[in-house]
Design a protein around this ligand. Structure first.
Ligand code: NAP
Length: 344
């Protein structure tokens, strides 16, 4: 039986900031069965799609990247949560819920590359949508980035940029639970208020209202920053380098301020890495996927006991996906941005 399958496709490769008009809604059809000749595949109904900054890279024509470009005219793919409708894969059965990397921006997807999929042991206690965020890729990113890359010690002073986003608001709460002093930078007063009054950050500031980022950081870190959780790069990184303590650590999670620039800005003050013996280390979440079970053991009780607060920004309907996705680059989202395609 063939059914209608609404999709979001990229019209053409993007240069500069992406716009909603770079995408289009397309209606095709799809059989709701894995073809008998296709082994180790699943046919899924997509429920929730994750909007992630790395997807900007995939809108460009990439060469020599660890990511593949989106194919103009084909549906976007990314992280998402789906329900298995049919399977020829021994590990997945009809009725299973999965989250993972190969979900299409469409109502139904035939997934043949199943290696980066996780089967969800769903309980009624946490919403399925959480597997696009706190229980999915951004959650493990925050966990690995903070506990493994930052090597935190109790009482240390932690600074987080893009701190009200999917990863940032979790890192800040992990750091508070660990006993650190935590400050976040964000792009609006509403987000400053969220960090201080909902997520328990010690301090927060709006980087768009600061004339001099170096002075702003000195105001909140008179004795210096021990740990910087880097999400934005550019001018913020330059100012942070001046304010790091000796033997400070910088976990380079992302550099979103540079993703839409044709020519990346040069970073000044890199000599601070030498003079202050700073460890600056980039990491990729997929290297930590083998620790997913251990991560769940830690995070699920925290959620159930209310020790971690989690915020979702939910766009309803596939057709609203492009606006939600491009909104990441102007800071429109509060917390984790996701798109609801269908309820289970
Ligand atoms: P997010 O923070 O939920 O959304 C992006 C946020 O970035 C926006 O809300 C906006 O917040 C901020 N932003 C956008 N343009 C900016 C600019 N020019 N300057 C400063 N801030 C800007 O996204 P996320 O999913 O949590 O990702 C955060 C970072 O982690 C991104 O850099 C992403 O690429 C990276 N990441 C890396 C990995 C990995 O494996 N290493 C995994 C996941 C995510 P404001 O309103 O505060 O400006």
């Amino acid at each position: 039986m063939e059914v209608s399958n609404k999709q979001i496709t990229l019209k053409n490769y993007v240069t500069g900031f992406p716009n909603e008009s770079d995408f289009e809604v397309r209606i095709t059809t799809i059989p709701l069965k894995v073809p008998e000749t296709t082994q180790n595949a699943i046919l899924v109904k997509n429920l929730y799609l994750s909007c992630d900054p790395y997807m900007r890279d995939r809108m460009s024509k990439l060469e020599g990247s660890y990511l593949d470009s989106f194919i103009p005219g084909s549906p976007l793919t990314g992280y998402g949560v789906s329900k298995v409708l049919d399977s020829t894969h021994p590990d997945f059965n009809k009725g299973d819920f999965i989250w993972g990397f190969t979900v299409g921006w469409e109502e139904y997807t035939l997934i043949t590359a199943t290696q980066s999929l996780f089967k969800i042991q769903h309980t009624e206690e946490v919403p399925l949508s959480y597997y696009t965020g706190i229980l999915g890729m951004p959650g493990i990113t925050a966990y690995a980035g903070f506990y493994e890359i930052c090597s935190p010690k109790k009482g240390e002073k932690v600074f987080i940029s893009a701190a009200a986003g999917a990863v940032g608001h979790l890192v800040g709460q992990f750091a508070k639970l660990f006993g650190c002093y935590v400050v976040g930078s964000v792009g609006s007063r509403e987000k400053v208020d969220l960090l201080k009054n909902k997520f328990g950050f010690d301090e927060a500031f709006n980087y768009k209202e600061e004339e001099d980022l170096n002075s702003a950081l000195k105001r909140y870190f008179p004795d210096g920053i021990d740990i910087y959780f880097e999400n934005v790069g550019g001018k913020m990184l330059e100012a942070v380098l001046l304010n790091m303590t000796r033997h400070g650590r910088i976990a380079v999670c992302g550099m979103i301020s540079e993703y839409n620039l044709e020519k990346p800005e040069g970073i000044q003050n890199l000599s601070c890495i030498l003079t202050k013996q700073i460890r600056m280390e980039g990491f990729a979440v997929f290297d930590y996927f083998p620790q997913y079970a251990k991560f769940l053991e830690m995070i699920l009780p925290h959620i159930k006991e209310g020790k971690i607060d989690y915020l979702e920004d939910i766009a309803q309907g596939l057709e609203n996906g492009p606006a939600a996705l491009v909104g990441l680059f102007s800071g429109r989202n509060l917390g984790k941005q996701l798109v609801v395609v269908a309820q289970d």
